[in-house]
Design a binder for this molecule. Structure first.
Ligand code: ATP
Ligand code: MG
Length: 430
């Protein structure tokens, strides 16, 4: 029978890679915690309307990429991102009535029906944060500095912060007019989606991935020239804050971001390493979203970080996240009685937090030694009839080849711990 394969655009995270994921996730949780963000966990699927309202009718995500499933009479959508569900949860559970700002983070899977390629999947994972309650540019700076600290401390190189302001509904009115005027001269050359966008939300045209549209958009009017006084001041203060924090940035007026309800600040952390999929982190302010989802008008902002992309870039750059977990000792039992002894010693060592393993395959001595090698065992100990009779075995240091005798008695765990620590220290000194 043929094996069943995983769906296109999904990934298996195998034991060799899951250590990197664990390390990354642990680091993300710790760093978010240091910045005062607490974890929130939201459902994998939500009512479709949450995303059409929360992400925006005119976005690629809602128009083309959503996984909408029908179960009996109900229709739901698998979350394409984390913000909408998080804000929904904050509203539904009254978090916004508590002390502000509310600061939450999440690590979750997202689903988007896109063309799979390196760094672009149909099921992928995001780390994200949302901060609700502050309208000040210092909040923008705090969120950006969290993303920056994460990317920097995880060891990412060649990373650039791009910022822009896309204004508020007030200043956008004039800008939309200017865009409509600009694009209408070449309307026939735009893709079908962009022709529609021209009426509904012309700013989306700047975000189109179709090459011919990008070409036309090249000389489009720039939002920064249309900002109202308030938005302009906010952007200037953000830049001052970033400078004060020693965070370098470039202003890129082409960044408009995927969500419809972004206001003022938008930003991306981009790397040149994986071509078109270079955006590792994207975020911004969405002062209109909470009201759009039925809450009181509340300023808020956040970012989403694509974890597959982050790991891909780290791998391409040769950055090691985690050390391979080795085995401290591998027992090689020969015979029934020895197997029991090895099993007991393994169990006792494990209770002390020592990585001990023994044969569960009934293999020959040679085959067991080979397996111990594959595990990168630091020590091996053969237990046969002789060793049992003499209540003593030889510990073999697999790196140096050195052998030390050790009694197979009730002191074994204690003595082995001492030897193991001494070996660890010795190899650290080298
Ligand atoms: P892109 O422009 O690359 O399509 P986006 O604007 O759609 O990105 P966001 O909605 O802002 O992305 O999501 C935040 C982050 O999630 C992105 O910066 C990226 O790192 C990651 N991401 C988005 N879509 C995918 C995907 N299909 N596969 C893997 N990671 C993704
Ligand atoms: Mg996208």
């Amino acid at each position: 029978m043929k094996i069943i394969k995983r769906p296109n655009g999904t990934e298996d995270i195998l034991p060799a890679e899951s250590r990197d994921w664990q390390k990354l996730e642990e680091f993300l949780r710790t760093t978010a915690g240091i910045f005062g963000f607490q974890e929130i966990r939201v459902p994998t699927f939500e009512q479709t309307e949450l995303f059409s309202r929360g992400v925006g009718e005119t976005t690629d995500v809602v128009q083309k990429e959503m996984y909408t499933v029908t179960a009996k009479e109900s229709v739901f959508t698998l979350r394409p991102e984390g913000t909408a569900g998080t804000i929904r949860a904050m509203l539904q559970n009254g978090l916004l009535n508590e002390a502000l700002p509310q600061k939450v983070y999440y690590i979750l899977s997202c689903f988007r029906h896109e063309r799979p390629q390196a760094g672009r999947l149909r099921e992928f994972h995001q780390f994200g944060v949302e901060m609700a309650g502050s309208a000040l540019p210092s909040a923008d700076a705090e969120v950006i500095s969290l993303a920056k600290q994460i990317l920097e401390q995880i060891g990412l190189k060649n990373i650039e912060l791009k910022i822009n302001s896309i204004g508020c509904p007030n200043c956008r009115k004039n800008y939309h007019e200017a865009l409509r005027k600009y694009f209408s001269t070449s309307k026939e050359c735009l893709c079908g989606t962009c022709q529609e966008r021209l009426e509904k939300n012309p700013m989306r045209l700047l975000d189109c991935k179709v090459e011919s549209c990008q070409e036309i958009a090249k000389d489009a009017p720039v939002i920064l020239e249309y900002l109202c006084e308030e938005c302009r001041t906010h952007f200037e203060q953000l830049k001052e804050n970033l400078t004060a924090l020693g965070i370098t940035y470039v202003v890129d007026p082409k960044i408009v971001r995927g969500l419809d309800y972004y206001t003022k600040t938008v930003f991306e952390f981009v790397t040149t390493e994986i071509g078109a999929q270079g955006t590792v982190c994207g975020g911004g302010r969405y002062d209109g979203l909470i009201e759009q989802l039925g809450g009181q008008p509340t300023p808020a902002l956040g970012f989403g970080m694509g974890l597959e992309r982050l790991l891909l870039v780290l791998k391409n750059q040769g950055t090691e996240l985690s050390q391979e977990k080795y085995c401290d000792i591998y027992f090689v039992p020969m015979g029934k009685e020895a197997e029991t002894k090895a099993m007991q010693l393994t169990a006792e060592l494990r209770k002390e937090g020592i990585f001990a393993q023994t044969d569960v395959m009934g293999r020959s001595l040679r085959a067991q030694m080979k397996y111990a090698d594959k595990l990168h065992a630091r020590f091996t100990a053969v237990i046969g009839e002789n060793e049992l009779n003499q209540k003593e075995t030889m510990l073999k240091n697999m790196k140096t080849g050195e052998k030390i005798s050790i009694a197979l008695d009730e002191k074994f765990v204690e003595v082995f711990s001492g030897i193991e620590i001494a070996d660890r220290l010795a190899s650290e000194i080298q």
